[in-house]
Design a protein around this ligand. Structure first.
Ligand SMILES: Nc1ncnc2c1ncn2[C@@H]1O[C@H](COP(=O)(O)OP(=O)(O)OP(=O)(O)O)[C@@H](O)[C@H]1O
Ligand SMILES: Nc1ccn([C@H]2C[C@H](O)[C@@H](COP(=O)(O)O)O2)c(=O)n1
Length: 227
């Protein structure tokens, strides 16, 4: 199968819209590969922190984007783990601090360019579900199916609040809402590959919708793959 013939489903959207949850479930259902592109930006941010690199030092961040080893694997319970330079950094990557650092370095065009080929390398038979901010607009513009997930900022903050509370992390709902709005604004206003739906993307507002319903709606969009 030539690369162009390998089907890609892109799922873009703002933080907490459910991209990761929905993409993983859909990929499992289809038996396709899965790319969590945000994890790459988070990994570079975390590796930069470990190396003492300042988030204002664009040159060092670009080198870090090229040099950081990033690996994905499932643990024995089928939970996804992310290895950064050989260390399991999954929990650190999921913090709001890592998300904010990722959002900041993702605004540097050369960092985005450095991660482009790594993302495209995930396109392997029989297909790929790719989640992020620019999957449908920049990384896989020829994807056969494109989705843009949204949900109200309040609901996204609620979801994140529950998620972190279940993990025993102490946060406030108001603080999370502030962080989500700040990240939305930065991701949508940067000059290169800003968060926006591809023209042909199907928009799904998941506010008040259950995960299973959203998964079924997305699957129904994939040619020949209704739930
Ligand atoms: N439709 C939904 N209804 C209720 N909760 C949901 C829904 N979709 C996702 N969630 C929950 O919301 C939380 C955030 O979801 P998820 O991590 O998939 O979002 P995301 O868009 O990938 O976020 P980020 O961009 O920050 O990685 C998770 O706890 C997930 O279980
Ligand atoms: N394709 C992508 C994926 C992620 N980013 C940046 C912007 C996000 O705020 C940050 C963390 O992503 P998340 O794990 O929350 O999906 O990384 C991006 O610019 N482009």
């Amino acid at each position: 199968m030539t690369e162009a013939a390998i089907p890609v489903l892109t799922i873009d959207g703002p933080s907490g819209s459910g991209k990761g949850t929905i993409s993983r479930a859909v990929a499992r259902h289809l038996g396709w590969h899965y790319l969590d592109s945000g994890a790459l930006y988070r990994a570079v941010g975390v590796a930069a922190g470990w190396a003492g690199i300042d988030l204002d030092d664009a040159g060092a961040l670009v080198r870090c984007a090229f040099d950081t080893g990033i690996g994905f694997r499932d643990d024995d319970d089928g939970e996804p783990r992310v290895l950064v330079n050989g260390h399991d950094a999954t929990d650190e990557l999921r913090t709001e601090t890592a998300g904010a650092a990722a959002s900041a370095i993702a605004a540097i065009p050369e960092v985005r360019a450095a991660l482009k080929d790594r993302q495209r390398a995930f396109r392997r038979a029989p297909g790929l579900v790719a989640d992020g901010r620019d999957m449908g607009t920049v990384i896989f513009p020829d994807a056969e199916t494109k989705v843009f997930l949204t949900a109200s900022a309040e609901e996204r903050a609620e979801r994140r609040y529950k998620q972190l509370r279940d993990k025993g992390v102490s946060v406030t709902l108001a603080g999370l809402l502030r962080e989500i709005l700040a990240r939305d604004a930065r991701d949508a206003s940067r000059a290169v590959a800003p968060l926006r739906p591809a023209d042909e993307a199907v928009r799904i507002d998941t506010t008040g919708q259950g995960i299973d319903d959203v998964v079924a709606r997305v699957l129904a969009l994939v040619p020949g793959r209704a739930a």
